[in-house]
Write a protein that binds this ligand. Structure first.
Ligand SMILES: C[S@@+](CC[C@H](N)C(=O)[O-])C[C@H]1O[C@@H](n2cnc3c(N)ncnc32)[C@H](O)[C@@H]1O
Length: 487
């Protein structure tokens, strides 16, 4: 036991987890990432057990990936008649939990299984609650045989699974495999599987096609930072085996409490392509109307490979014919700099050389050659992007789009028209109308999008940071009446 751990234990208030906290402080999130060690705040452990306590009693509680035992210990105290089993694979965490159980005189109440949850054999256990915070380890760090196990086991449920699923998805599958009639699963996980590609298999698994079915789903509000040291949004997911076609309760986690939002029948759950909108307080979607992707091609901005070489200031001595004014920072969209000539004068310019520099007339040719030397000295020719481009110095800026949208931030995306026709880097997406569009229609559409799009139309990370892929933008809807031109 390290000095830090001992001190933490001596000075901590009773009922808390000083050993776990000291462990988390002594190991940076990057060190803990490979094993997916992120401890659950006590308030959320309690809220989840509050929910479990409203269900019929359990004979056994299994803490899946127990860490320092926050769920296991809270469950042992909360459900005195239940047998509690903590499964933990990491030797240091298991040692810490063993020590904690001894110190809190709970060794007789919690059995510790030091094993990989995916293959641990559990003792006979009666009606069981599988609870916890499964490790979040991305697929890059998972062994091929476990990815294969995941594919094969999902296939046995009639589900085609992506190899991109992380360890938390494997824990959910393993739990579904272990569950018998009357058993329940109650996990807090990263919320990404509610909407993304690999999550489709998990949504199929819990969507009610098989015997295990979603019972409730609670999405953390954008400003509810559940895990301060992990940049992910969180969801509490509850499923049961048996129980037929009962409605699904969805809701939000806000102010450290679970707030019910709506009850859904299984058909609506199965019809939903993404599950985060089901939890939100706002109406699920404007039904009808047109998807933005029908009206516009939505394109990422250009990548230079090294902005410090290719992005030049208005005052840099570079002939205007070799540069294009461009949006290079999201702030410039918010400030609407593409709206006026004065705004454009404040934009940086991106050097956009032709392939054949010899075809340039003097003095552009000399300026271009000087720039190429300067960029090479900065290492611009060695960046990954430049090495995959011919010739390496030709960025090939995009045609000016009709409008821009910022796609990452702690606020909803901002849409702005581009009447001054400037180009853009990959800090924004560009909207290109698929058919000629009157200016008045464009401006109505942008105004509508600016007032109706919220963070949850995109992919929300912890602390309210949202990211909008072009496909998220393409799915936004616009009422048909906005599309009619005024005579
Ligand atoms: C997100 S942490 C949660 C810890 C604790 N349950 C809590 O909520 O505070 C996940 C835990 O799972 C453990 N773990 C990782 N892979 C595992 C595996 N294959 N089998 C069992 N435990 C595992 C990690 O060591 C870590 O302690």
């Amino acid at each position: 036991m390290s000095q830090t751990l001992l001190q933490a234990e001596l000075f901590a208030p009773a009922g808390h987890d000083p050993l776990g906290e000291a462990y988390a402080r002594a190991h940076l999130p990057e060190e803990r990432r490979a094993s997916g060690i992120t401890l659950t705040p006590q308030w959320l452990v309690q809220r989840m057990l509050d929910l479990a306590a409203t269900r019929d009693g359990f004979d056994t509680v299994v803490d899946c990936g127990a860490g320092s035992g926050r769920f296991a210990i809270a469950a042992a105290l909360r459900f005195p008649h239940a047998r509690v089993i903590a499964v933990e694979a990491h030797p240091e965490m298991a040692a810490l939990l063993r020590r904690r159980l001894r110190d809190e005189a709970l060794s007789h109440r919690v059995e510790l299984l030091e094993a990989d949850y995916r293959q641990a054999g559990l003792p006979a256990r009666g009606r069981t609650l599988f609870v916890g915070n499964p490790p979040y380890v991305r697929h890059h760090d998972l062994e091929p045989q476990w990815k294969e196990w995941y594919r094969r086991t999902m296939a046995a449920h009639g589900i085609v699974a992506s190899q991109l699923a992380g360890l938390h998805a494997q824990f959910m599958l393993r739990t579904v495999e272990l569950m018998r009639d009357g058993d329940a699963m109650l996990f807090v996980t990263a919320a990404e599987w509610l909407d993304n590609g690999y999550g489709q298999a998990v949504r199929d698994l819990l969507g009610g096609a098989g015997d295990v079915a979603l019972r409730s789903l609670w999405l953390a509000a954008p400003d509810e930072s559940v895990f301060p040291d992990a940049l992910v949004s969180s969801v509490v997911v509850e499923a049961q085996r048996g129980g037929g076609d009962a409605a699904v309760q969805t809701g939000m986690i806000a102010g450290r409490a679970l707030h019910p939002v709506r009850r859904l029948d299984r058909a609506s759950l199965r019809a939903a392509q993404r599950w985060t909108p089901l939890c939100r307080e706002q109406p699920i979607a404007i039904s009808g109307g047109a998807e933005l992707g029908e009206l516009f091609r939505i394109t990422r901005g250009q990548v230079t490979g090294l902005n410090s070489a290719w992005v030049v200031k208005p005052e840099d001595a570079m002939p205007a014919t070799l540069t294009v004014p461009a949006i290079t920072r999201a702030r410039e969209i918010i400030d609407d700099l593409a709206a006026t000539r004065e705004g454009v004068a404040r934009l940086a310019r991106v050097v956009d050389l032709p392939s054949d520099l010899d075809a340039l007339a003097s003095p552009e040719r000399e300026a271009a050659l000087r720039f190429v030397d300067r960029a090479r000295a900065l290492g611009a020719d060695r960046s990954y992007i430049a090495r995959h481009r011919t010739p390496w110095y030709r960025v090939g800026m995009r045609e000016p789009p009709a409008a821009f949208v910022s796609y990452m931030g702690r606020r909803p995306p901002v849409f702005r028209a581009n009447p001054q026709r400037v180009s853009f880097l990959n800090i924004a997406h560009g909207l290109y109308p698929r058919a000629p569009m009157a200016e008045v229609v464009l401006s109505r559409i942008l105004q509508h999008l600016n007032t109706t799009t919220d963070l949850y139309s995109g992919r929300v990370y912890g602390g309210g940071l949202a990211k909008f892929e072009p496909s998220d933008i393409a799915r936004l809807r616009v009422p048909r009446e906005l599309l009619e031109s005024v005579a």
